[in-house]
Ligand binder design. Structure first.
Ligand code: PMP
Length: 363
C-alpha cells in the first residue's frame, strides 16, 4: 500500500456518525437517539415519499442521466438557467467533481482550519496539496485564506455555515473575497445548511454568479430536506463551469428514486418551514441547557451546535453512547474539547440534555 499517492497516505478517513442499529445491538438498548450527522429529525417530506413510490414502477430503466426535471425545478426556484446546474450523488460528489476537474499533483486547494473534513480528502485524493489557513474564534478568516492563495491554487473551499463550528460569514465580506480571487482559482461556496440561514433574510450568493465565472454555490437535499439517505446534492455555477463538471461526472450519478424525491421535496415549502422552525426552537433549547450546565458553545447558524466541555470530550462522547445518545466528537477538526450535537425533536434534545447532565456528573 506504500504505492498510494503521498497525499492519500497522510489522510485520515472520514468517520461517519455511529449507526443507530449498531448501538442498539451493542448495548441491547430499545431507544437510541442519534444527534450526530446533522440530519432532519422530522424526516423527509411526505410528498418526497409519495414520489419515490411512484418512481419504483420504473426501476428497470436507467435514471434520467441529465436530471432534467430536478434541474428544471431548481432553476425555477432559484432563478437560474438549468445549464448552470450540476447534480451530485450528495454534495460530497460535487466536491469530488471539482477536485477531479481542477486539481492534480503540483497544484493546491486552500481552506480554513476546522473546515469540513471532506475538503482535504478530495484534494489529496487528486494528488494535490491541502493548504490550511488558521481560523479566528473558530470562524473562517477570509484574509488568512486569501493570503495563502498562490499561483498553484486552483480551488478554495468555503463552508458557510461551516461544519462543525456553525460559524457564518457576513455576505458583503464573502462577496468581496470571492471577487478578489484570481481567475485561475475556483471558489466552492459550500452552503449545505443554506435553508437554515436563508430564512433569516441573508442575501443569496447565487446573485453573484453573473460576475463570478469561477464561483460554485453548492447545496444539498441531505440536511433541511431530510433526504440524506438518497444522496442528492447540487450546485449553481456559470454554464461553462457546469460543462466542465459534467465532463468528469459518472453518467447516472443520481438514481431515479432520489431524483423524483428531491424534486417533490423542493415543492413542499410547508415541510421546510416546519423543519426550520423546529431547528430554531431546538437550538434555543440546547443553548439554554448548555447555559444551565455552565458550558460554552459556538454560536451556530446550522442545524447543529458544538458545545465546549473545557475538558477532553471523547470520554463524555463514550459515556453518552452508553446511555443511548449518539453525538459527534470533533477532535479530528482540532476541537478535542467540543462535541457537535445535531438539533433533534424537542424530546430528543431533552433526552440528550438529561444524559449530558448525568455524564458530566459521572465523568
Ligand atoms: N458540506 C458540508 C459543510 C457538510 O456538513 C456536509 C455533510 N456533512 C456536506 C457538505 C455533504 O453532504 P451531502 O454529501 O450529504 O450532500
Amino acid at each position: 500500500y506504500q504505492y498510494a499517492v503521498a497525499g492519500v497516505q497522510q489522510l485520515v478517513p472520514y468517520v461517519p456518525g455511529k449507526p443507530i442499529e449498531e448501538l442498539q445491538r451493542e448495548l441491547g438498548l430499545e431507544r437510541v437517539v442519534k444527534l450526530a450527522s446533522n440530519e432532519n429529525p422530522l424526516g423527509p417530506s411526505k410528498k418526497a415519499l409519495a414520489a419515490m413510490q411512484k418512481a419504483m414502477a420504473e426501476l428497470a430503466l436507467y435514471p434520467d442521466g441529465s436530471g432534467f426535471n430536478l434541474k428544471k425545478a431548481l432553476a425555477k426556484k432559484f432563478l437560474v438557467d438549468p445549464a448552470q446546474i450540476t447534480l451530485g450523488n450528495g454534495s460530497n460528489e460535487i466536491l469530488e467533481l471539482v477536485a477531479r476537474a481542477f486539481l492534480a499533483p503540483g497544484l493546491n486547494a486552500v481552506f480554513s482550519q476546522h473546515a469540513f473534513a471532506v475538503y482535504p480528502i478530495v484534494t489529496q485524493a487528486a494528488g494535490a496539496a491541502s493548504i490550511v489557513a488558521p481560523a479566528v474564534h473558530y470562524s473562517h478568516d477570509l484574509q488568512a485564506i486569501r493570503e495563502r492563495v498562490n499561483a498553484q491554487t486552483r480551488v478554495v473551499f468555503i463552508a458557510n455555515p461551516n461544519n462543525p463550528t456553525g460559524t457564518l460569514l457576513s455576505q458583503p465580506h464573502l462577496e468581496d473575497f470571492v471577487k478578489s480571487l484570481p481567475p485561475s482559482c475556483v471558489c466552492v461556496l459550500d452552503e449545505a445548511y443554506y435553508e437554515f440561514v436563508h430564512s433569516k433574510g441573508e442575501q443569496d450568493a447565487v446573485e453573484w454568479l453573473g460576475q463570478c465565472p469561477n464561483l460554485v454555490v453548492m447545496r444539498t437535499f441531505s440536511k433541511a430536506y431530510g433526504l440524506a439517505g438518497l444522496r442528492v446534492g447540487y450546485c449553481f455555477s456559470s454554464p461553462e463551469m457546469a460543462d466542465i463538471l459534467n465532463r468528469v461526472r459518472q453518467p447516472f450519478n443520481n438514481n431515479s428514486m432520489a431524483l423524483a424525491a428531491a424534486e417533490a421535496a423542493l415543492d413542499d415549502v410547508e415541510h421546510l418551514q416546519h423543519t426550520v422552525k423546529n431547528n430554531t426552537l431546538g437550538m434555543k433549547q440546547l443553548v439554554e441547557g448548555f447555559k444551565n450546565l455552565g458550558l460554552g458553545w459556538i454560536t451556530s447558524a446550522g442545524n447543529f451546535v458544538s458545545v465546549d466541555l473545557s475538558e477532553p470530550a471523547y470520554p463524555v462522547y463514550e459515556a453518552l453512547l452508553r446511555k443511548g445518545v449518539i453525538v459527534r466528537p470533533v477532535a479530528n477538526y482540532e476541537m478535542p474539547n467540543h462535541l457537535r450535537i445535531s438539533i433533534g425533536t424537542p424530546e430528543e434534545n431533552n433526552l440528550f440534555l438529561q444524559a449530558l447532565t448525568e455524564c458530566l456528573n459521572d465523568v
